[in-house]
Write a protein of this length. Structure first.
Length: 193
């Protein structure tokens, strides 16, 4: 006596040809995959690089807006500057590549310098996947309690982490133009403000 239906029965033999891939079918499938990879991988890399640059643009433009808003709200000057040690307990402003980090802080004393009475509002750590962020104009941007930032006119050039010879280098570069009122405008590529 056998157990419940289907159990204890011998497997039913498969009649006819075994199903599977022939060598020709496998080679054809691999050729299609190779073609798709050749077309798809560069497109995916371009999309990925574009997202990274957009994220850096958003962080920077958001920090500029935050500095202006905090100056208006607190009634004191608020600055944004490049900082090589943004994550430390006592960050400071420094010259150089903004991709190394930047800070937004209440700037009560010397403009563009973090002093003992100043409060750090936001610290942006260094970007490990950036091709660089350079600033033209004053090194630091200081918003007065009126929301105006004298001398802020200038721009930031944000570069992708690609070889400069790459055909995607310039199209994925972004310029963030800044005015004395804190308005930011995005330019794709290397166009002027």
């Amino acid at each position: 006596m056998s157990g419940p239906r289907g159990f204890g029965r011998p497997p039913v033999p498969v009649h006819g040809r075994e199903r599977g891939f022939t060598l020709a079918e496998a080679i054809f499938a691999m050729a299609i995959v190779a073609i798709l990879m050749t077309v798809g991988v560069p497109s995916f890399q371009n999309i990925s690089v574009g997202r990274i640059v957009r994220s850096q643009v958003d962080d920077l433009a958001g920090s500029i807006r935050l500095a202006r808003t905090e100056a208006l709200k607190r009634g004191v000057p608020v600055s944004i500057c490049r900082s090589a040690n943004a994550e430390s307990a006592t960050p400071g402003c420094s010259a150089g590549n903004w991709a190394d980090g930047f800070i937004v802080f209440v700037d009560r004393d010397t403009r563009g310098t973090v002093d003992t009475n100043d409060i750090v509002i936001r610290a942006q750590q260094a970007y490990t996947n950036s091709g660089g962020i350079t600033r033209t104009g004053n090194a630091a941007i200081t918003f007065l309690p009126s929301g105006i930032a004298p001398g802020a006119d200038g721009n930031f050039m944000i570069r992708p982490k690609l070889p400069t010879s790459s055909s995607s280098y310039v199209p994925n570069s972004r310029r963030v133009c800044v005015t004395n009122t804190g308005t930011t405008r995005l330019i794709k590529g290397e166009g002027a403000c």
